[in-house]
Design a protein around this ligand. Sequence first.
Ligand code: F0G
Length: 465
Amino acid sequence: MSQWPYRTIIEPFKIKMVEPIPFTSRRERERLLHQAGHNLFKIPANKVTLDLLTDSGTAAMSALQWSALMRGDESYACASSFFVMERAVRRIMGFAHVIPAHQGRAAERILFSMIGPGKIIPGNTHFDTTRANIEAAGSVALDLPCPESKNTSSMYPFKGNINLAALERVLKKSHAKIPLVLVTITNNAIGGQPVSLENLRQTKKLLNRYKIPLFIDAARFAENAYLIKLKEASSKSWSVRQIVHETFRLADGCLMSAKKDGFANIGGFLALNNAQWAQQARQMLVLTEGFPTYGGLAGRDLEAIAQGLWEVLDEAYLKYRIRSTEYVGEGLMKSGIPIVLPVGGHAVYIDAGRFLPHIPEDQFPGHALACALYLDAGVRTCEMGSLAFGKNAQHELVRLAIPRRVYTQSHMDWLLEAFEMLARKKNKIRGYRLIKEPKALRHFMATLAPIKSAADKKLARALAA
Ligand code: F0G
């Protein structure tokens, strides 16, 4: 696209198939939210006008992906579709062994239960399912985000980095208990922030001293690579393919949710170089996922992933993707809404703690904002703060995750208008309290209730009398 003199960056695709989006009334949304126990995960999707809950499994597949589905080989063992997918992973990421799984967390479960209990797994910031799988296997998930990530408003370009000094201290003290280090690119839990090549290089160098392998959670590897291209001086002239290659060259294995940068609606994999670990992983795979050449997926899913992995490397796509996310961030800032800066790849994160300072952490300001937005505009988003992460939350964030190739700029303009109006009455937004909470991953299942103000209570009493 670089040959054009225009400022505007357009979607580098046209739309062949469309799906209607639902519109609801405010009264209907109030009823739905109440019925859902004030938990947005429980709202029927056909009652959501813009669904920004997640960028996972929500991508629009391309014409080539849909046609690849027809090539799906549904044989039980050694289906040709597995080899198509294996070839794509080997060529793009360079790992010798590719183990398919039905999604990222299944690959996580296999890796961490194989490693067993009593270990420590340091990382930049583990995603919630990763943490839950490490803990379920009896080990400790240790987050070591870089200090720059604490300040949501600084423009430090690589807030996703691991804290190298802290990692060095942990390695010195506990290296015998550390079977691997996991770096998540981009760092979803703290704002979709990228990790630099330099940080990966230094991490690898440290780990080499102790012969500890480096694994990458690669869910958004292409977005991370494009952000490196934009921000890391030493690789400005590199292609995304080269940056991706260098990223994985530094690693010994990866966990992948293909539902993000694989452009797939389902699927994932574990890829690694250690033949003994791979063999063990395949044995575990058979127990719960399936034969090692399909791992819980249909042949057609494997084809869609293979095609998706190639497509996501398209720089015209990545340029549009990163710019369109940034556009949403800029719009929110115009309405005075504090966001995590700089804007990352797949989502804009609102700092609800700063936006709603009248709501204390234990009344979930992020959740309060997400519910207010649903009530006002039928937009579904996701809290990533004290409700999702409990005491591990660094900030009270609300994530506006943008599904890949799904919404257009006017959808985003509509979203920005909704926020502009919400910002004007933000003082009326009230906190929430938990009524019922499951032990792990509570935000998926919890029931909450809005905290009533003294005036509300008085009014309710007056109405009841
Ligand atoms: N790692 C990261 C960084 C993720 O963001 C996710 C999922 C996973 C692993 C697990 O993958 O869903 O395929 O099992 N993130 C989704 C999200 C759910 O909304 O951010 P999965």
